[in-house]
Design a protein around this ligand. Structure first.
Ligand code: SF4
Length: 54
């Protein structure tokens, strides 16, 4: 899969991670939150994440 140099990512447990380098391979991602009123970066999520089974 080709990396998308516009989306850096270090989550190599995700099936869309480029693995060899810290990029996502999707054309776009959706960032979301699990909070009612997000106030810190820990409140944000990559909603495009899918677990890569080992
Ligand atoms: S979908 Fe999200 S978590 Fe997965 S590689 Fe792309 S940016 Fe990272």
């Amino acid at each position: 899969m080709d990396k998308n140099e516009s989306i850096g990512c270090s989550i190599n447990n995700c099936k869309f991670h480029a693995q060899a380098e810290n990029y996502c391979t999707l054309d776009q991602i959706m960032v979301g939150t699990h909070e009612e009123n997000p106030t810190e970066k820990e409140c944000t999520d990559c909603d495009s994440f899918e677990y890569k089974a080992k």
